[in-house]
Design a protein around this ligand. Sequence first.
Ligand SMILES: [Zn+2]
Length: 122
Amino acid sequence: MPLTAGQRALLEALLTQRLHQLQRQLALHHGDSRVAHAQELLEARDSGREVDMALSDLELRELGDVSLALRRIHGEDYGLCADCGGSIAFDRLRAQPWVLRCVACASAGERRPGRQAHHMSL
Ligand SMILES: [Zn+2]
């Protein structure tokens, strides 16, 4: 079931809110220069589905996921699972609008070894 325009707008608002929250937290913890550096890396990152660059810290990684989702939200594949192509449940998206996989594929991925992203320290 595809997302309605209203659902997309709600998710976009949640993502924007989260993005601003993360930017404030990061600026507080690491200083503005680190945030700017992280955003440069994120902008440079290909907007492909697979997030292949895990940032060293959880907030930065989440910032990356959130900004990637904001770029994808009006695209056709937003809300579709990157692995199986099925729709991701709206409740799941509302809780974590940046998720790329449905529940089944996400839990299968966690069990599968050798899929960890590379770590890159800033
Ligand atoms: Zn799936």
